[in-house]
Design a protein around this ligand. Structure first.
Ligand code: ADP
Ligand code: MG
Length: 788
């Protein structure tokens, strides 16, 4: 491959330069940062300085950490520098690889260079260890810490040359930045370069849940319960699924039942929209969301499960009412819905980086998606030592029960061989089941799943000891590698046992990759059955028929139940089922992304507008205020119905002055009422009122501040409503039948229309705030504003 050759040439250059740096004293080496920076300032291109910069880090890594990057690590570092996804196997030392491109990128002096990790523990571990090198070389390092950092701490963090943090911390801080009213209080302002560690987990597996900052509770709806009762009474033909089982909607008979049950002729009628929304939510909660897969119920609370690591996410709720619908489904207390103040998906967050790259042990299988969705190319970096791990082909059985029995036999064999064993399940419920079976067989084991987040580190440490048995959900423990004891190594290394095909080949590979790191011995094998959910749901009909006939043969004792199905035919069935499922996942991610792109476009416009206001001056505020007065009044007067005393009075009371004397409303005869007269009158009145109100603020700075707050607040209130609307709209369009509608198109059209309405709303909000705000001047001269 052309690119690879280019990178190899660069690597060669690095190694040619290296002896020069090896000969330097510590002091000389440390001075290189300043020297390189000067070279950059005098017009040298960063890429042309790459060999020198990399050589400096390599030598510093050696002196500070005692680790000399291997050739393949250097190659990986180059791939990252140029914005690729480097596929580097687990245990090969990705943490060290990142030091080279991070240092080089940070040299430019632009801030905003990130190493994004999947969790806080990894950010701290890697930031602290690798940070030593950067600091030694004279750069500053920030580590994203707890969520409640004060401004100073945050400012220091984001002002560092290199930042180690998690994707969620970065996202939340970014959202919070855009809720404030001072530009100088924004901290996440630079998106220069990022390396996302375990990028497939972050961008593919975790892509479905967007970050959300929620605000005050909304008025509670009482439709949840009744909608749930209704939906539970439905028959199978009252609703219908999309092919990928990710959407569900009412059929004709379902709609008919709604009409009967709620005694309504037309549920699509505007007046029933809220009820209809709740019925759709109940349908989705009951027939799309699964306990144990999507959420668990714990002490009367619905807790979402993080798909990435199978952990519960306390405090995180699905938006748009679906969380409440699930609570109704599970008969626990329905919590209140909250308004969304800000939301962003990880895709949109990362798209802001000028240069983005990533690393993981498993990306090649999904390179097409990475390219299509993120324009990131995957480059496979060879391992330092050849892989010794033996990946056995699947052991296929007819029944789930035999499969479990046989896999337990394999565990026992592993223990007899005095090897560590790692059992990987696809879900929390499967892992709970296995745990029971292991106990029945008196096999002590550690459980690594949703409930044991705190002990994760320790468990992984133990998992490399001879005869230890660890049971984990597929995504747990990413980023922490299992180190083998000498005894374990001598006995054949870690034995990985998969209890089913996972949701993609990539995740299968991820699990296999837990074993055989750095050329150590190891083994991996998957146990599957024709009864596995993945197979049942994603295979052609003949597979089911064949299973039935095999089951009969077993019942008639014509076939031993322990028989392995070895034929090529069954192996293909497994691959195909997994592929089909994987394609549905890809489609669903693309779908999420399509919805998000629309939302993102709107969010960007709002944030840009806010930033402009925050940076704005007197003149700019003036323009906006004049514009909103003109637009609001014109819009009102454009409607001929409004050219009447009643309508005008109503408008004035509600938007301008609640105690305006009625007799003054118009000093014109009824016959002379026309649009122009009304416009003039309202313009004059608003001018008078505004003057009166603003005259109270003497201090020019305070006046400016007041205007800024009025405008920001107007934008924020309208935007919060818009976000709320978009959430509901998304659920609604997804709950309509496929035949007539393409959800995303409908969403796009409606969202755009509503955005224009929102702009009107912003002008109205500004108008009302200017007219109706109470300005209270306190004794010390400070002002308090009571907004309408
Ligand atoms: P990965 O993230 O690729 O799974 P890690 O960065 O966690 O791997 O590194 C795994 C182990 O390899 C760590 O203990 C690390 O210290 C060690 N390691 C990495 N690079 C080197 C190297 N060049 N020489 C020696 N040990 C290394
Ligand atoms: Mg790692």
């Amino acid at each position: 491959m052309f690119k690879m050759q280019k990178y190899q040439r660069i690597a060669k250059k690095i190694y040619q330069l290296l002896p020069q740096y090896e000969d330097m004293t510590d002091e000389q080496l440390q001075q290189q940062t300043a020297i390189l920076r000067t070279k950059l300032e005098t017009g040298n291109h960063l890429a042309s300085l790459l060999p020198e910069a990399f050589a400096v880090v390599i030598e510093a890594d050696k002196r500070v950490l005692g680790l000399t990057p291997y050739y393949v690590q250097v190659l990986g570092g180059i791939a990252l520098f140029f914005g690729n996804i480097a596929e580097i196997k687990t245990g090969e030392g990705k943490t060290l690889v990142a030091t080279m491109p991070l240092y080089t990128r940070a040299l430019l002096g632009y801030k905003g260079n990130y190493l994004i990790t999947a969790n806080q523990y990894l950010a701290e571990r890697d930031g602290q260890s690798m940070g030593k090198v950067f600091e030694w070389l004279g750069l500053t390092v920030g580590i994203g810490g707890s969520d409640d950092d004060d401004f100073e701490t945050k400012y220091r963090l984001y002002n560092a040359d290199i930042i180690y943090t998690t994707h969620s911390k970065l996202g939340f801080d970014y959202l919070f930045d855009n809720l404030g009213s001072e530009l100088s209080e924004q901290v996440v302002t630079r998106f220069n370069f990022a390396i996302i560690d375990e990028i497939d987990a972050v961008l593919l597996d975790g892509a479905q849940t967007a970050l959300v900052i929620s605000g005050s509770p909304k008025v509670q709806s009482n439709y949840y319960q009744i909608s749930d009762w209704f939906v539970k009474s439905l028959q199978k033909d009252d609703y219908e699924y999309s092919d990928d089982k990710r959407r569900v909607w009412f059929t004709k008979s379902g709609l008919l039942k709604i009409a009967q049950y709620f005694d309504i002729d037309d549920i699509y009628d505007q007046q029933y929209i809220d009820l209809y929304r709740h019925i759709v939510l109940a349908l989705q909660a009951n027939y799309l969301k699964q306990k144990g897969r999507d959420y668990v119920v714990d002490k009367g609370k619905v807790l979402l499960l993080d798909v990435v690591n199978g952990r519960t996410m306390p405090g995180v709720k699905m938006q748009g009412g679906i969380h409440q619908a699930i609570e109704a489904k599970e008969s626990v207390e329905v919590t209140s819905e909250t308004k969304i103040l800000g939301t962003i998906s990880y895709q949109s967050l990362f798209k802001q980086f000028k240069s983005l790259s990533g690393m993981t042990g498993t990306a090649k299988t999904d390179e097409k998606e990475f390219m299509e969705t993120y324009h990131l190319e995957v480059m496979s970096i060879p391992t330092n030592k050849p892989t010794q791990r033996v990946d056995e082909s699947d052991k296929i059985y007819v029944s789930n029960q035999t499969k479990i029995e046989q896999s337990i036999e394999a565990v026992k064999q592993g223990i007899r061989d005095r090897r560590p064993v790692l059992i990987e399940t696809g879900s929390v419920s499967m892992s709970d089941l296995y745990s029971l079976v292991l106990l029945q067989h008196k096999i002590p084991h550690n459980l690594l799943n949703a409930k044991t987040a705190v002990r994760e580190k320790q468990i992984i440490k133990d998992a490399g000891r001879a005869m230890s048995v660890t049971l984990a959900t597929s995504m747990a423990g990413r980023g922490t590698d299992i180190k083998l004891t000498n005894e374990a190594k001598n006995n054949g290394g870690l034995k990985v046992i998969g209890t089913e095909r996972m949701t993609s080949k990539r995740i299968d590979n991820q699990l296999r990759g837990r074993s055989g790191r750095q050329g150590e011995p190891g083994e991996s094998v998957f146990f599957v059955s024709l009864e596995d959910k993945m197979i049942v749901e994603n295979s052609p009909k003949w597979v089911r028929r064949t299973r039935k006939s095999l089951e009969r043969k077993i019942a008639d004792k014509k076939l031993d139940s322990n028989t392995k199905l070895n034929s090529q035919r069954f192996k293909k069935v497994m691959d195909k089922a997994q592929k089909k499922f994987g394609n549905a996942e890809i489609q669903s991610r693309k779908n999420t992304l399509a919805f998000d792109t629309i939302l993102s476009g709107q969010r960007e416009r709002i944030y840009t507008a806010r930033n402009k206001v925050m940076a704005g001056d007197q003149g700019y505020f003036e323009v906006i205020m004049t514009q909103s007065i003109r637009r609001v009044i014109e819009k009102f007067c454009d409607d001929s119905k409004n050219i009447s005393y009643e309508a005008i009075a109503d408008f004035v009371f509600n938007n301008m002055q609640s105690d305006y004397p009625l007799k003054d409303i118009l000093s014109v005869k009824k016959e002379e009422l026309n649009k122009k007269r009304v416009v003039d009158f309202l313009n004059q009145l608003s001018e008078d009122l505004l003057k009166k109100s603003l005259n109270r603020i003497r201090n020019a700075q305070q006046l400016n501040h007041f205007k800024k707050l009025v405008i920001l607040r107007a934008i924020d209130r309208a935007w919060v409503d818009q976000l709320d609307y978009l959430q509901q709209l998304k659920n609604m369009v997804n709950g309509r039948g496929m035949a007539q509608h393409k959800p995303i198109n409908e969403f796009g059209k409606e969202a755009r229309r509503h955005f224009f309405d929102m702009e009107d709303q912003i002008y109205t909000n500004i108008f009302r705030s200017m007219m109706l705000s109470a300005i209270i001047i306190k004794s010390d001269g400070a002002i308090d504003i009571e907004f309408p």
